[in-house]
Design a binder for this molecule. Structure first.
Ligand code: SF4
Ligand code: SF4
Length: 83
């Protein structure tokens, strides 16, 4: 199972990962105004959030490569760094 961790110190609260994630994995914490993971089980490992996050605040652990539905060269580079 994939584990997703958001570094609150790095997150600048732009909300892009919330808007961009096709599986609604993230939401904004209303008090801290930081992204938080609410639905990691539905992550399909597209890594769009890594692409869009301006501060590279999230980390995927134990990612299941077979679940990837979309991949391009940039995403491959990101994936190769984290697995
Ligand atoms: S990898 Fe894709 S599905 Fe998973 S949290 Fe990021 S944007 Fe959402
Ligand atoms: S895209 Fe990055 S900086 Fe923006 S809310 Fe998500 S984790 Fe925070």
């Amino acid at each position: 199972m994939v584990e997703i961790v958001v570094d609150e110190d790095a997150c600048v609260g732009c909300g892009s990962c919330v808007d961009d994630c096709p599986s609604d994995v993230y939401q904004m914490n209303e008090e801290k105004w930081k992204s938080e993971v609410i639905n990691a089980d539905d992550c399909m490992a597209c890594l769009s959030c890594h692409e869009i996050c301006p501060s590279q605040a999230m980390e995927h652990r134990d990612i299941h490569v077979a679940k990837r539905l979309y991949i391009d060269r940039k995403v491959s580079d990101v994936l190769n760094k984290i697995i």
